[in-house]
Design a protein around this ligand. Sequence first.
Ligand SMILES: [Zn+2]
Length: 82
Amino acid sequence: MEAISLKCPNCGAVLTVPDIYIGRTSKCGRCRQVVSITPPREESPDRAKRDMRYVDWPNFLLNVALATLLIVLLGILASYLI
Ligand SMILES: [Zn+2]
């Protein structure tokens, strides 16, 4: 069990709650605003991963194109051999 820190969207107070409360709501100790407990902000690695996936797309297409070309070349080669 880990404690996570989140900011109250109403008053900006930092709340520390155990991570088992992720997905639930808590009340801000300062302003009593109901705060939904979300996972800590580790969005940047996720976003980087998502960006990498975008970068991988042309690579994937290139691999598919190369594989198709190879199959076509093998087909041509086979037709020559027959
Ligand atoms: Zn607050």
